[in-house]
Design a binder for this molecule. Sequence first.
Ligand SMILES: CC(C)(COP(=O)(O)OP(=O)(O)OC[C@H]1O[C@@H](n2cnc3c(N)ncnc32)[C@H](O)[C@@H]1OP(=O)(O)O)[C@@H](O)C(=O)NCCC(=O)NCCS
Length: 140
Amino acid sequence: MADDTAKTAIHLEIREGLDGLTPARIVTLYRRAPLLRPVDRNERVWEMFEKASLVLTAWRDGDLVGIARVLTDGVLYSYLCDLAVEPDVQRHGVGKALLHEIFERCKGTELVLRDSDISSSYYAHLGFQRVGNAWVKYLR
Ligand SMILES: CC(C)(COP(=O)(O)OP(=O)(O)OC[C@H]1O[C@@H](n2cnc3c(N)ncnc32)[C@H](O)[C@@H]1OP(=O)(O)O)[C@@H](O)C(=O)NCCC(=O)NCCS
């Protein structure tokens, strides 16, 4: 039986780049999603976006409803830093639409990410495989 929390797809405009974005819009979406990131300083948030290789946004009737941010060398590796969808439209295909754009634009690379408790089943559902050989060092 179909998942009864899944809803029909909505009409979206997908944009590449910073068009229409402001730090306030980004922070509001992250807090509402919620996507836990250190977004308490606007200038730092903006730098995160300006320095990203790829920023994709999803808009519905002029409202920002989704964001994805990727670092990539375009050849071997891509890192999906952030993916956040407005709660009112979650499970309407916004995240999937952003990911499919990333799959196209980063074709040929390994797309890696860090998940959270709430999103691990999501990435499994979209064909990602869990790997056990990742390491992280926090450079303070
Ligand atoms: C996780 C998140 C990005 C998913 O975006 P979304 O737009 O709600 O998801 P979609 O509508 O694109 O879902 C695509 C598919 O995954 C399924 N799905 C959605 N959320 C899921 C979940 N948590 N677990 C398993 N499957 C899920 C949908 O049912 C849909 O299935 P279908 O293609 O078979 O119809 C969104 O819920 C979100 O922003 N969450 C909070 C922030 C977060 O956790 N981000 C990821 C951090 S790593």
